[in-house]
Design a protein around this ligand. Structure first.
Ligand code: SF4
Length: 312
């Protein structure tokens, strides 16, 4: 069984049970409560950081020319520059982090479902969008997972967020101690099927990089590996990509099964693709038989153990 690193995440302070919302309250989210003990948390409340008190009048996002602005309609305060300046300073001050978990719908932190208005008085609705702080974060950390607790109610998005978060945290922590090419090979091998599920193309690129790695240029290789690894995980895998990965893993086990058993497994994969069963059923099957047939190569795969079980 895999031991997990502690991802370092930036969290909206109100999700960390701090009563900093405009109405003086905090947010209680069951998934966030479950996740936090597994993480190293850096919390932030951008609205408090720019000097708005608690409680405070509501602020809004509005369409400002080609971009977006922030204002407080009740006081007529224009807050765009303050928020942008804070966001830039905050980003510069951060250590290496693995991801962001922000508050949905917020004019500052929202990654989704933030109400955007046509004007700074908030008189006319324009569309749903993102908060001003979140926009800066997404732009500056395009290779890291940035989500809000609202989007993470969806099981697939949650699984994808956790998979990336723990994969990136392992990369950050393990790479600090890599001093030999063989250690990089070992890391790559354990992540082979995880990478395959996200991008066959990037898996090949990374495989070539590792095969050509040399002790004298290991530092540069690690830097390039990190970049390609993060790029590989940007796009959420489709069901087809998962099914393909699962079949590759099954290929290591299939000689132990008779034809009827193989047909049954293939039928389960089709059932997964058509939405009749969950991916988890197939993963449990592969885990169990990897142990049964003592396939250490498989039991060490991060694809089969992407994050702690309790977070499922
Ligand atoms: S959503 Fe962001 S700005 Fe609003 S209270 Fe929470 S942390 Fe502060």
């Amino acid at each position: 069984m895999r031991s997990f690193p502690k991802p370092r995440i930036v969290l909206s302070a109100c999700l960390n049970l701090k009563p900093v919302r405009y109405n003086g309250q905090e947010v209680r989210d069951e998934f966030v409560l479950k996740l936090l003990p597994y993480c190293e948390v850096l919390e932030v409340c951008p609205e408090v950081a720019i000097g708005l008190g608690v409680p405070r009048d509501k602020v809004i996002v509005y369409k400002k020319g080609d971009s977006f602005g922030l204002s407080q309609p009740s006081t007529g305060l224009e807050l765009t520059e303050r928020m942008n300046a804070f966001s830039e300073e905050f980003i510069k001050s951060l250590p290496e982090v693995d991801g962001f978990l922000l508050k949905s719908k917020s004019p500052s932190c929202g990654v989704s479902n933030t109400k955007v208005y046509k004007d700074e008085k908030g008189e006319e609705f324009y569309s749903k969008g993102k908060g001003l702080f979140a926009l800066k974060i997404i732009k500056s950390f395009e290779l890291l997972p940035v989500e809000d607790e609202g989007r993470l109610k969806d099981a697939e998005l949650r699984s994808n967020f956790l998979t990336r978060l723990f994969a990136i945290a392992s990369l950050r922590q393990e790479f600090k101690n890599i001093s030999r090419v063989s250690q990089l090979m070992d890391f790559h091998q354990r992540n082979k099927y995880l990478l395959m599920s996200y991008s066959q193309k990037k898996l090949k690129e990374l495989g070539r990089l590792v095969a050509q790695a040399k002790a004298e240029t290991l530092k540069e290789t690690l830097q390039l590996y990190r970049k390609l690894f993060l790029q590989a995980l940007v796009k959420k895998p489709s069901k087809g990509q998962h099914a393909n990965t699962i079949l590759h893993i099954f290929g290591h086990l299939s000689r132990h099964f008779n034809q009827k058993e193989k047909n049954h497994f293939l039928k389960l994969v089709e059932d997964y693709k058509s939405g009749k069963i969950e991916r988890r059923t197939l993963i449990e099957f592969l885990r169990a038989y990897s142990y049964r047939f003592e396939k250490d190569y498989l039991t060490s795969q991060t694809y089969l153990y992407p994050y702690p079980e309790d977070l499922n």
